[in-house]
Design a protein around this ligand. Structure first.
Ligand code: PLP
Length: 394
């Protein structure tokens, strides 16, 4: 007899892997309301506090007055409105690329872009910890998938060598992240660029958690390392530090022309609302200003405070890589119990479990925002110091 949906859910529950939605009754910000209680939020990706920033609320309202709420059609039909074009022009300038294309989400960006670039006769090489959107894009593309251990440049090179000798005519795409979403660490980008050039492969770099956080004006790790020109596909999202919604690719004019013609998640989906594009553009312009750079500095001040005050035994090593700070607790139940204990103390810090992370590496994932106050960070560190022993003995 086929397994029932109830049995499937019961199985997830038995393994501490069942997930539930949590309703937030306030805007997205450091202090949120859950079930009538005020909770300090250390779980969003709103690194610069843009999601509910007054200047962006105003920009969104003005854009709705100018362009309405819906885009009416897909981009290629009649859904390309002036704000989409203005946003893409600014994204290209921000990423120092020839051209850019925006999508309705980072997820849609990843699957559309990867499937446009590689197919059955090609090869895609992924970091073991690559985001689900990159993995799903790789699977959907039908290309041969090779995975290298996290940040292991030697294994990446052996996959490239294998590709060169076994499929000399295949297009080879290396896809990785600059800041890893669940570990907060960085890719050895200079080495990766050096190797991919040597083998003539293409590189897709997902900067979802680096933009707004790393590099001058938050341009990301490629810019910080001075390798932008060698990153063929610069991918990112407008939904994290930029505080709005959507995803994008920056690269050569040729690449963008191909995506307009071949990225199915771009072609067969209604264009994002023009007001969303206009609001993301305002966020981007702010990030590129002196005030934006100051906001990014405030984020780093907060990250440094967290590392200075959190228990050393819980801090990741190396420190200060990004605004994501994982506290690895190993067992699913341990991570869940710790998150529940923190919630009772007034802090929202999510437990991240399989399949988002590997079995045996369940964790708390603390994310820091420029909008957190020093007091909020200090009280979180106090609570972390008092985490019941069984929750961090593993
Ligand atoms: C969040 C995320 C995405 C998806 O972006 P959305 O805009 O949320 O769809 C893609 N890649 C990485 C690494 C991410 O963390």
């Amino acid at each position: 007899m086929p397994r029932s949906i109830e049995a499937q859910l019961a199985d997830l529950r038995a393994r501490s892997l069942l997930r539930k939605l949590r309703e937030i009754d306030s805007p997205q910000q450091p202090e949120i309301e859950i079930g009538g209680k005020q909770i300090v939020n250390f779980s969003s990706n709103d690194y610069l506090g843009f999601a509910n920033a007054p200047f962006l609320r105003e920009a969104a309202k003005a854009a709705i007055d100018d362009f309405g709420v819906g885009s009416g059609a897909s981009r290629l039909v009649c859904g390309t409105l002036a704000p989409h074009v203005a946003l893409e022009r600014k994204l290209a300038e921000f990423k120092r690329s020839e051209a850019a294309l925006s999508f309705s989400s980072g997820y849609a960006t990843a699957i559309g872009t990867i499937c446009a670039l590689v197919s059955r006769e090609d090869i895609i090489i992924l970091d073991k910890l690559a985001h689900a959107s990159l993995i799903d894009g790789a699977k959907l593309s039908g290309a041969t998938i090779r995975v290298f251990p996290h940040n292991h440049v030697g294994k990446l090179e052996s996959h490239l060598r294998w590709a060169k000798s076994n499929a000399p005519d295949a297009r080879v795409l290396v896809a990785t992240e600059s800041v890893f979403s669940m570990d907060g660490d960085r890719a050895p980008l200079k080495e990766i660029v050096e190797i991919k050039k040597r083998y003539g492969a293409l590189l897709l770099l997902d900067e979802a958690h680096a933009v707004g956080v790393i590099g001058e004006n938050g341009r990301g790790l490629a810019d910080k390392r001075g390798v932008t020109a060698d990153v063929d596909i610069q991918m990112g999202t407008l939904s994290k530090a930029l505080g709005v919604s959507g995803g994008y690719v920056c690269g050569s004019k040729t690449l963008i022309d191909l995506l307009v013609n071949r990225a199915r998640s771009f072609i067969y989906s209604t264009a994002p609302p023009p007001a969303i594009a206009a609001t993301a553009l305002t966020a981007l312009k702010f990030l590129m200003s002196t005030k934006g750079e100051n906001q990014r500095m405030s984020l780093w001040k907060n990250v440094k405070q967290l590392f200075a005050e959190m228990p050393e035994s819980l801090a990741p090593n190396p420190p200060l890589q990004s605004a994501i700070v994982p506290v690895i607790l190993a067992e699913e139940q341990t991570a869940l119990a710790a998150a529940q204990w923190l919630l009772e103390k007034g802090f929202l810090v999510p437990a991240i479990r399989y399949p988002t992370v590997a079995k045996g590496t369940a964790r708390l994932r603390i994310t820091i925002s420029a909008a957190h106050t020093p007091e909020q960070i200090s009280t979180l560190c106090d609570a972390l110091r008092k985490l019941p022993a069984r929750t961090h003995d593993e």
